[in-house]
Write a protein that binds this ligand. Structure first.
Ligand code: GLU
Length: 283
């Protein structure tokens, strides 16, 4: 059995909130229980949305809350760099492998999913199924003039399954539950789906722990692992923390529940963690 390696992979597109802390805490607990290690990888490929003030706050907030990682941008490690934006060469290699083996095709459509490709599609950000305008009929095609994105061709109708560590058997049908997805944007930015797969594989992550709103993305990523000839990690999807008033998923826009605000108003990490013990939000 390989030694357990978990990761927390925040994007500095806003301040971390209690929902992140809870998912990350479960990640850390699972790494501890398995006697393994925890990696901090900062996923900062989403250009203008990633801001330096969020980057600075991130490490401070995580440390204050009680997180301890063995590898990360602040402490280095054998799989550096741990800032995703510095792993571009590896992402380009992965793109080239997908291109050479015919898994992707150029797409000139301009849609919202292209703009949002660098970030993880949490719940309400899930993209509509691509109608296939640019999908070539033949495996061989001539790349169009001008700029284009690269889109992954999903095996339509394939029934996929995996066993989630928390939720048990999960199933989806490619082309029905999700469609061809962007792996590289025309302005040269890798999509979340490709970057996360390449980095998790290169860093030897054995289990990915994250919110259950990314379940559909896990199926996309399993297709990428297969296309790239990489072994996928185990997956463990956690229930999401919701806003006590609206019942909606906590997001970075819930400033009042940001770790920084909670600290400033005198909360201790222990007290915050004990709130998770109630059945509704329980670990
Ligand atoms: N950077 C992504 C996010 O913050 C990570 C998602 C994942 O854990 O795969 O949503």
């Amino acid at each position: 059995m390989p030694v357990y390696r978990g990761r927390i992979a925040p994007s500095p597109t806003g301040f971390l909130h209690l929902g992140h802390a809870r998912t990350f805490w479960i990640t850390q607990e699972r790494a501890r229980q398995a006697g393994g290690s925890l990696v901090l990888r900062v996923e900062d490929i989403d250009g203008p949305r990633c801001r330096p003030e969020f980057n600075h706050a991130l490490i401070e907030d995580l440390r204050w809350f009680g997180f301890e990682w063995q590898e990360g941008p602040d402490c280095g490690g054998p799989f550096a760099p741990y800032l995703q934006s510095e792993r571009r060469g590896r992402h380009l290699d992965g793109l080239e492998r997908l291109r050479a083996s015919g898994w992707i095709y150029p797409c000139q459509c301009s849609r919202r999913d292209l703009l949002d490709a660098p970030r993880a599609p949490h719940a309400e950000d899930e993209e509509p199924i691509y109608p296939g305008h640019c999908r070539p009929k033949e495996a061989s095609f001539v790349a169009p003039e001008g700029d284009f994105h690269w889109r992954f061709r999903v095996p339509e109708g394939e029934e996929m399954r995996f066993t989630d560590g928390a939720l048990g058997l999960q199933t989806a049908v490619a082309g029905v539950d999700f469609g061809d997805f962007v792996v590289w944007r025309r302005d040269g930015v890798p999509a979340y789906q490709l970057a996360v797969v390449l980095d998790d594989a290169a860093m030897g992550i054995t289990e990915v722990v994250r919110g259950s709103d990314l379940l559909v993305s896990t199926f996309r990523q399993l297709l990428l692992y297969r296309a790239l000839g990489l072994t996928p990690p185990e997956f463990y999807h956690t229930a999401l923390l919701t806003d006590p008033v609206t019942g909606l998923r906590l997001a970075k826009r819930h400033a009042a529940l940001s770790l920084g605000q909670l600290r400033a108003s005198g909360n201790s990490p222990e007290t915050l963690r004990s709130s998770w013990a109630c059945p509704k939000n329980g670990l």
